[in-house]
Design a protein around this ligand. Structure first.
Ligand code: NAP
Ligand code: FE
Length: 370
């Protein structure tokens, strides 16, 4: 058997009302909380109101920072830290999609370590970060159970992650009801991010035996949700499955990381302003085609779990979900491939990858809007 190590630093509570039913957990983290969220996700999901009620019940003081941007930048993190510092919070409650959750991890480190945000990427902090309770409102990133914080590096024109065993959220309250307010496009994009995590984690050089079980289960659950996603019929049961699979897929990438889809996808987000999950989703079909010669058995397992007969049918499923397609110039293809080859995750792909391969994947992933 392939040797492996498996670590998860987060206690997960999953299910409807899991925050209300376990609110005493918050008091274990301290009695002064910094709530970190985006402009709309905390409020429209209902999670912010529930958190405030739980904090009031337990007489925990709090302040709210609700200006985390999508794909947060180091400047955005710095502003949040500056505003929170005088309050001297003892823990952080992160509410939102991956953007606020990842931002909270950076903020939690910077509130206990007087370092420049750029130093986060060295992954060594003298002091442990503030503990975090994470509450996802999208079903995609799995950030509630990963140690990764993915931030936008304007200096390098890409996104970059940091994280170590100390940056796992201490607790995750994973309640499907908080994803009900997601706009349909966000639901699709984030579901494709989760699928991407499961598939890439499974096709990574760093895949693990335990992670593979979680990945195939997550992929199977995605298969069960596809027709509901396509018909825009996202009832509670489907949202529950989508959130569960995204948390499972987060556990997968915590062990094995992502691969070239994320490596290339960062440029589609940075330069083309495509949401993170959509960027990945647009590349998945060609990614499977590219890897098939090297990893046929694993890719057949993926298709079987999805109940999809072949890779081209998979491509058609994605086309229905992402009708707007992708168009790139030759210069963009050149630039994005050159950036992606330097990404660690690209190098984790099971099949060895060259710049030429990346360019071909980008070329072949193009399709005009429907
Ligand atoms: P997001 O950027 O957090 O959110 C996308 C949009 O959806 C935002 O406008 C957000 O509002 C809105 N939204 C979120 N939940 C909502 C809800 N329940 N109701 C209404 N609106 C809602 O999207 P995401 O895809 O979840 O996260 C993407 C980020 O996570 C990227 O930076 C990506 O690199 C990162 N990521 C991290 C990991 C990891 O392991 N840590 C893995 C994959 C991706 P607001 O404006 O209020 O935020
Ligand atoms: Fe992702």
């Amino acid at each position: 058997m392939k040797p492996f190590s498996f670590y998860l630093g987060t206690r997960v509570f999953f299910g409807r009302n899991c925050l209300q039913e376990n609110q005493e957990q918050l008091l274990k983290l301290g009695n002064k909380a910094l709530i970190v969220t985006g402009r709309t996700s905390g409020k429209s999901s209902g999670a912010l109101d529930d958190v405030i009620a739980s904090l009031n019940n337990q007489q925990i003081n709090y302040i709210i920072y609700d200006a985390i941007e999508n794909n947060p930048t180091l400047e955005n993190i710095k502003r949040a830290v500056g505003q929170a510092m005088p309050f001297q919070p003892q823990f952080v409650i992160a509410i939102g999609g991956g953007s606020p959750l990842d931002a909270a991890k950076a903020i939690a480190v910077l509130l206990t370590n007087e370092i420049d945000p750029l130093e986060l990427f060295q992954n060594q902090f003298s002091n442990p970060p503030l503990p975090i309770a994470a509450i996802p409102t999208t079903a995609g990133t799995g950030s509630e159970v990963t140690h990764y914080s993915i931030l936008t590096r304007k200096d390098l024109q890409t996104k970059m992650s940091f994280g170590n065993d100390m940056t796992f959220p201490r607790i995750a309250f994973v309640d499907p009801a908080y994803t009900a307010s997601m706009p349909y496009e966000v639901a699709v994009d984030t579901a494709l991010d989760a699928l991407s995590h499961a598939i890439e984690g499974y096709l990574s050089k760093r895949s693990t035996l335990v992670g593979d079980i979680l990945a195939l289960e997550a992929i199977k659950l995605f298969g069960e949700c596809v027709s509901f996603l396509q018909s825009r019929n996202l009832d509670y049961q489907t949202r529950e499955k989508l959130l569960y699979l995204s948390t499972l897929a987060g556990m997968v990438i915590t062990q094995s990381g992502t691969t070239l889809v994320h490596g290339l996808g960062y440029s589609l987000t940075y330069f083309k302003d495509l949401p993170h999950g959509r960027a990945n989703g647009l590349l998945l079909h060609e990614y499977l085609k590219y890897n098939y010669s090297h990893s046929a058995e694993k890719i057949n397992n993926i298709l079987k779990a999805l109940l999809i007969s072949d890779i081209d049918t998979f491509g058609q499923v994605i086309e229905v979900l992402l009708p707007n397609g992708l168009v790139l110039s030759d210069d963009e293809i050149e630039q994005f491939a050159n950036l992606a080859i330097t990404q660690k995750n690209t190098q984790s792909n099971l099949k060895p990858v060259s710049i030429e391969d990346l360019k071909q994947i980008l070329r072949d992933s193009q399709r005009p809007p429907k």
